[in-house]
Write a protein of this length. Structure first.
Length: 248
């Protein structure tokens, strides 16, 4: 059972559902889908705000909103992970804050590469639809080996990103291959996009498992929050990949 409940997404792991005690209504897949849709609307609403602000006569005014969204979203995500029962409130707040960041970042990419935001959105939801269909048809399944492989790859990516961030903060340099528009740089971004996409399969499995276990109703919000974390990561990586391709 432990293997079945394991997830590469840090917010959708064994303790999230196994430690939740039902207190009335229980979690359903449809309820989680509905709440995921609401969180997407929240993201779009605040993203539209910072997108518009970045196209105003004073585009630099968007940076404090982006910074606030990034820091606030990280803090709220941690709160949600450790206080899952707060997710009906914290998950929407997380979505609103992340929207501030995504709208600003998307506008910055759009300024350099017109049309890139629409392409990244289309590809992100295209991947979501294809993988959801593949999962429902059992073409792709979250087996033990599949999970272990994605866990290892995701952990490796996280370590590389953390090292690159530390190098940037303390030594004012970065791993050049991460942002290079060379075949190697594009290949690395493509690999990260694939791993982020595969995390969706494990998220689907975890949500299905939570519903089957009869997790409490508030876990629908938590499951939607976990899925949003993966989708936001996937969208950001799509932007990076497309920008490298466009630069070539």
């Amino acid at each position: 059972m432990a293997d079945l409940l394991r997830s590469t997404n840090p917010v959708l792991k064994e303790s999230a559902f196994a430690g939740a005690i039902p207190t009335g209504e229980t979690m359903t897949i449809q309820g989680t889908v509905n709440k995921t849709g609401l969180l997407l609307l929240f993201v779009v609403a605040t993203a539209a705000w910072t997108w518009g602000l970045s196209h105003s006569p004073t585009p630099e005014a968007v940076y404090p909103w982006m910074l606030g969204g990034a820091i606030g979203g990280f803090v709220v995500a941690l709160v949600t992970i450790f206080k899952k029962e707060w997710s009906p409130i914290s998950a929407p707040i997380y979505a609103l804050l992340e929207g501030l960041l995504l709208g600003g970042i998307s506008a910055l990419f759009e300024r350099s590469y017109p049309g890139i935001a629409a392409q990244a959105i289309g590809l992100t939801f295209g991947v979501l639809f294809v993988l959801l269909l593949a999962y429902k048809m059992r073409i792709v399944q979250a087996t033990r080996g599949f999970k272990l492989g994605v866990i290892a790859a995701t952990g490796g990516i996280a370590i590389v990103y953390l090292i690159n961030m530390a190098m940037s903060l303390f030594f004012h340099t970065q791993m050049s291959f991460l942002n290079a528009r060379t075949p190697l740089g594009i290949g690395i971004s493509l690999f990260v996009v694939i791993i982020a996409s595969l995390n969706l399969i494990i998220d689907f499995d975890m949500i299905e498992t939570g519903a089957r276990m009869g997790a409490p109703k508030y876990m629908e919000w938590y499951g939607a929050f976990g899925l949003m974390v993966t989708l936001i990561w996937l969208y950001m990586e799509m932007l990076r990949l497309l920008s490298k391709v466009r630069r070539r």
